[in-house]
Design a binder for this molecule. Structure first.
Ligand code: TMP
Length: 237
């Protein structure tokens, strides 16, 4: 057994025998409203591990440097150890969520070009919205690093739009986290799952993501299962 290094809202992080590798355990836990709404949901951990493993594997084949090494079990994966940069990088293709609310815009409008936002990853402050001057002032990342992160996030957006489109889903928006590996290189970390993406069925416009839990409009496990099933049945997989 290895030591727990960090207990997050949906995952725990554990050390391994290798200094530069970590074991992530996906938990059967769902939270919303920055942890104010919290439930145990049987099967969620397994589904998110499966979905994130598939997506990261695909990102690797598309040349996106990331932390994922392999899936270890139903709920565990092996990843490269990184120091997470405390930024939540959100990319939006369609108006929804906090963007629609903050700017008083209708949900579901195509954005003429992707909109990228930064949030300070700091639970105690409720992850506030921030800009590049704030990142610079707080010394979270250099200007060059921020440019690189933005470029990567937009590249990842294009890759993910195509991936989800191939399984009949529109990628509305998503959140990424980046980290520095032992060589100081910035790579994609954390997860890409229906917890961290808004995914709308192209035909019905139904949400196949955590919004069903946030808004109490459906069964989380059923919709995550549908995303996993479509990824598994994807042509060429
Ligand atoms: P938002 O519209 O609530 O700002 O969310 C934008 C996207 O980022 C959405 O796909 C959900 C994801 N997200 C996270 O993964 N974690 C978070 O803490 C928040 C606020 C959003």
């Amino acid at each position: 057994m290895s030591d727990i290094l960090y207990l997050g809202k949906a995952k725990s992080v554990h050390s391994t025998d290798e200094l530069d590798e970590l074991r992530l355990v996906y938990l059967d836990q769902a939270t919303a409203l920055n942890g104010k709404k919290k439930d145990e949901i049987l099967g969620k951990g397994q589904l998110n591990n499966e979905i994130s493993s598939k997506v990261f594997h695909y990102l690797t084949t598309q040349g996106i440097k990331n932390h994922w090494i392999k899936q270890l079990s139903d709920t565990e994966q092996l990843v490269k150890a990184v120091t997470i940069i405390p930024l939540e990088v959100v990319v939006r293709n369609i108006s929804a969520g906090s963007f629609a609310k903050r700017f008083g815009i209708k949900e579901g409008l195509d954005l003429p070009k992707p909109i990228l936002e930064f949030y300070y990853k700091e639970d105690a402050l409720d992850d506030p919205f921030m800009n590049e001057d704030h990142i610079d002032y707080l010394k979270l990342a250099s200007k060059e690093d921020v440019s690189f992160i933005k470029e990567q996030a937009l590249k990842i957006n294009n890759v993910l739009i195509d991936l989800f489109s191939s399984i009949g889903l529109t990628l509305v928006d998503f959140k990424l986290e980046f980290g520095r590996d032992s060589n100081g290189q910035i790579i994609l970390a954390d997860e890409v799952t229906p917890d961290t993406c808004r995914l709308w069925d192209k035909e019905t416009l139904a949400s196949l993501d955590k919004d069903v839990y946030r808004k109490d409009t459906g069964d989380l496990v059923s919709v995550y299962k549908e995303v996993a099933k479509r990824l598994n049945e994807r042509k060429g997989e």
